[in-house]
Design a protein around this ligand. Structure first.
Ligand SMILES: Nc1ncnc2c1ncn2[C@@H]1O[C@H](COP(=O)(O)OP(=O)(O)OP(=O)(O)O)[C@@H](O)[C@H]1O
Ligand SMILES: Cc1cn([C@H]2C[C@H](O)[C@@H](CO)O2)c(=O)[nH]c1=O
Ligand SMILES: [Zn+2]
Length: 183
């Protein structure tokens, strides 16, 4: 049996960094690692998961997570890593379960919540099904306490707005204060 590990938390909480750290540890353990990220996230160009601290991991951009497609690419690997998992549909959940059943180690990183406190994409299901969950925190951009939620400085109302320039991470106190200011 394989396993599913989920790394979650708001923006700036170090999810990508943690994903790269796990990748390195798996490589030290002589595991073959393949990584994917959602094609929507082209912040750093293609084929790389880059943490802000500079670690890099080669990664395939994919539009969806259909099992047949992923299996074709991943069958000869021991571990499958997924970044920006919130952007995928529930297809990701089925594929992760399928990979675990086929003895793969699956490590998924993604936002638990959008800027409106709504669970994001397939993340709630993955969090429930995971063998291990790590919920990371950022540092509140306003007060320095632990930050658990992302906040969008630009006014777009859609759930998905790619990029990190227009976002900060906040503690709930500062988040609700900002929400009040908005009204
Ligand atoms: N307010 C902040 N709190 C925590 N880390 C911050 C903050 N501002 C900048 N950083 C930097 O961001 C790094 C985390 O970046 P990383 O890309 O790993 O986060 P992430 O959770 O993957 O974010 P995202 O969801 O935007 O991809 C930290 O190690 C730190 O160097
Ligand atoms: C918090 C949040 C982030 N994002 C995006 C910004 C980044 O491209 C990515 C998080 O790394 O997700 C959204 O699209 N909606 C949201 O509500
Ligand atoms: Zn705060």
């Amino acid at each position: 049996m394989g396993r599913i590990e989920v790394i979650t938390g708001p923006m700036f909480s170090g999810k990508s960094e943690e994903l790269v750290r796990r990748a390195l540890r798996l490589m030290y353990a002589k595991k073959k690692v393949i990584a994917f990220h959602h094609a929507l996230d082209n912040r750093f160009g293609h084929k790389k998961i880059v943490s802000r601290s500079g670690f890099e991991l080669e990664s395939y951009p994919v539009q969806n997570f259909a099992f047949e497609v992923i299996w074709d690419l991943a069958k000869d690997y021991d571990a499958v890593l997924v970044d920006e998992a919130q952007f995928f549909s529930d297809e990701l959940v089925d594929t992760c379960l399928n990979l675990r059943r086929r003895s793969k180690i699956v490590v998924v990183s993604g936002l638990d919540l959008d800027v409106y406190e709504n669970p994001f994409g397939p993340m709630p299901k993955l969090l429930a099904l995971a063998d291990r969950v790590d919920k990371l925190k950022a540092v509140c951009f306003e007060c320095g306490e632990e930050a658990t939620i992302s906040y969008r400085l630009s006014g777009e109302k859609e759930q998905i707005v790619v990029g990190d320039k227009n976002y900060i991470a906040l503690c709930y106190r500062c988040y609700y204060a900002k929400k009040k200011e908005e009204r």
